[in-house]
Design a binder for this molecule. Structure first.
Ligand code: NAP
Ligand code: GLV
Length: 350
């Protein structure tokens, strides 16, 4: 049998590559830009594993191109809305994400965005560089205090909770909305069963839900209209959880006061997007998990998932364990070939 082959769609930490090389021949896409769909298909037609990231659409075409050889796709991200999990499960292809290792790093970036917008840090920096800093004035660059304000976290999961804990340390009141209340987070975090309640009361809104069919444009015109005119929205989840055109209109008309976005729809945001014309918006280029240590940990966890699957061991963070109960087309063919061989040997003995 051939040595397994793994395609890695972007350069990642050497520690992850070294781990993969203990079980497979590894090929790494060399360019900074993501492989095109065509390049993804041609590079994965004879692989057993793919180490992908959020920009790579792992759809039915990619899942089918190896003719049953592909066994595992490890996403180097906790969100996995770029993976066609249903099709993969049916084909016996295991998929994984990287929960936990990026939680605090992403919450910290979200917090940085909240502070940048609330205290006009980016707008102030821009003015300083443009020579517009004239003098100190009692009413210049007035922001909003975090202390004493109410934060609503939409999606109080791992990242949402780390964000909420930081908000508590800044003396904020914290509300949250999930489909169900959390029993494991202690006192001081108020559950809102209705999204509307969380929206109406928020001075700051932080969005940390996964992108699913249910959460696509979860925050649109109707939801934004419930928010306070002085409120600030932070999105560190996925761009499409917020309807960005409705967001632009709400900001432009002063129906909310500001936004901090680490994610947009689409990504990258086009240079002529209306959101970029607004001074009360800060946008970062999807860098929630971008610290050196976290990116290494994410790559290593993705590699551990691939190694485990190729070695027949339990994967640390599989998102579709049902896939393990099915055989890939290649495994079925190999089993059949072995059966035929055994039958032939038996016949020869007789
Ligand atoms: P998590 O622990 O699974 O938390 C997700 C939370 O969202 C859960 O509390 C869940 O609670 C809630 N939720 C899910 N569907 C919901 C719905 N329909 N309505 C209301 N709440 C809902 O995930 P995580 O690790 O915190 O990551 C969250 C997301 O952040 C990821 O999926 C990813 O898209 C994004 N992310 C972005 C970056 C970045 O670079 N900006 C980095 C990491 C992650 P219930 O199940 O009770 O509803
Ligand atoms: C990044 O966006 C992630 O989901 O980990």
């Amino acid at each position: 049998m051939d040595k397994p082959r793994v395609f890695v769609t972007r350069k990642v930490d050497e520690a992850a590559i070294a781990l993969l090389e203990t079980v497979a021949d590894v090929e790494v896409w060399p360019d900074y830009k993501a492989p095109s769909k065509g390049a993804l298909l041609s590079n994965t037609k004879d692989v057993d594993g793919i180490l992908a990231n959020t920009e790579d659409r792992i759809d039915e075409d990619v899942l089918a191109v190896s003719n049953g050889r592909l066994k595992v796709v490890a996403n180097m991200a906790v969100g996995f809305d770029n993976l066609d999990v249903n099709t993969a499960t049916g084909l016996g292809i295991a998929m994984s994400n990287t929960p936990g290792v990026l939680t605090k790093t992403t919450a910290e970036l979200g917090f940085a965005l909240m502070m940048a917008v609330s205290r006009k840090i980016v707008a102030g920096d821009r003015d300083v560089r443009d020579g517009k800093w004239q003098n100190w004035h009692p009413s210049a660059y007035l922001g909003v205090d975090l202390a004493g304000s109410t934060l609503s976290v939409i999606g109080m999961g791992k990242i949402g909770f780390e964000f909420a804990k930081r908000a508590k340390a800044f003396e904020m009141r914290v509300l949250y909305h999930n489909r169900s209340p959390r029993k494991d987070i202690g006192e001081g975090f108020e559950y809102c069963g209705k999204l509307e309640t969380a929206l109406e009361q928020a001075d700051f809104l932080c969005i940390t839900t996964p992108l699913t069919k249910e959460t696509h444009h979860f925050i649109g015109k109707a939801q934004l209209s419930l928010m306070k005119p002085a409120s600030i929205l932070i999105n560190i989840a996925r761009g499409a959880v917020v309807d960005n055109i409705a967001l632009f209109e709400a900001l432009k008309e002063g129906r909310i006061a500001g936004a901090g976005l680490d994610v947009t729809e689409p990504e990258p945001i086009p240079a002529d997007h209306p959101l970029l014309t607004l001074a009360n918006v800060v946008i970062t280029p999807h860098i929630g998990s971008a610290s050196q240590r976290t990116r290494r940990d994410m790559a290593v966890l993705a590699a551990q998932n691939i190694k485990a699957r190729l070695s027949g061991e339990p994967m640390p963070s599989c998102v579709n364990p049902e896939a393990m109960t099915r055989k890939t087309q290649r495994e079925k063919e190999e089993e059949y070939a072995l059966e035929v061989l055994r039958e032939e040997e038996d016949e020869e003995e007789v």
